[in-house]
Design a protein around this ligand. Structure first.
Ligand code: URA
Length: 252
């Protein structure tokens, strides 16, 4: 670890937990073989029955979004009022980073600071995320793209609703298609369960390579949760090392 990175992690109060263990080189691919590849397709269901008309509208909208380039996609997301969240948030938080990144990090939804600044993961959880990325040699914006399942902040940081996820999903789906990441790292129960369409716990999903739209996906705990639960930081560190080794294997 470079002394600059070490200083940075110390600043975050994260050493020595995020330090690479002796013998666990970032590029070590010995134990990196992806396991248990599972298929996950389709979109989240809304909680209410939809009329044929609204199903057709939603399909038409999803099809239009699926054809957009970056500029159209950003503009459309910024102007989106498909769910009620745009009425209560300050601005949409589309995503940030290298639009050709190998790594796509997906969180839940913007919080207060993200809503104010228009960028994902810029609050306390974001600082921890940056430190976690730094610990495996990654940096926001450099071969890394960060986005959320929801582009608008739910009021009071309440849990996203199924209908909001259904309306917002086409944006993330198109982001994935345009970025074509080699790997998705899903942060926290909500992002993991939404992308994998499962109710399974993070604990049971860890340590496997899943798939979202054909892209290998690895799960780990949400940094906001890790700020409250120190014991699980060690598990998240294992997940990051697993993700890094898997990326090395995927790159061949
Ligand atoms: N939590 C998230 O899931 N996303 C953010 O952008 C910030 C906090």
């Amino acid at each position: 670890m470079s002394s600059r990175r070490e200083l940075f992690l110390e600043e975050m109060g994260l050493t020595p937990l995020w330090r690479l263990r002796r013998g666990e080189a970032i590029g070590d691919s010995a134990a990196a073989q992806p396991q248990n590849l599972t298929a996950a397709t389709g979109e989240a269901e809304t909680s209410q029955p939809l009329s044929l008309r609204s199903v057709q509208d939603a399909e038409g909208r999803a099809t239009r979004i699926a054809r957009m380039d970056w500029d159209d996609l950003k503009e459309t997301a910024a102007a989106c009022t498909a769910c009620g969240l745009r009425k209560t948030c300050t601005q949409t938080v589309f995503g940030v980073g290298d639009e050709k990144a190998d790594w796509l990090i997906v969180g839940e939804a913007p919080g207060a600071e993200e809503d104010a600044r228009g960028e994902p993961f810029v609050g306390q959880a974001g600082k921890l995320l940056d430190a976690m990325l730094a610990a495996i040699g990654l940096k926001r914006g450099e071969d890394v793209y960060i986005a959320n399942v929801l582009k608008c902040r739910p009021p009071g940081n309440r849990n996203p609703e199924a209908a909001e996820v259904a309306q917002c999903s086409p944006f993330l789906l198109r982001q994935v298609e345009l970025i074509q990441p080699r790997m998705i790292l899903a942060l926290g129960r909500f992002a993991c369960q939404t992308l994998l369409e499962t109710d399974a716990s993070i604990a049971s999903l860890r340590g496997q390579v899943h798939r979202y739209q054909g892209v290998p996906l690895i799960v780990t705990y949400h940094p906001a949760y890790l700020l409250r639960s120190l014991p699980d930081k060690a598990k998240a560190w294992e997940d990051l090392c697993f993700a890094r080794r898997t990326m090395v294997a995927l790159r061949g």
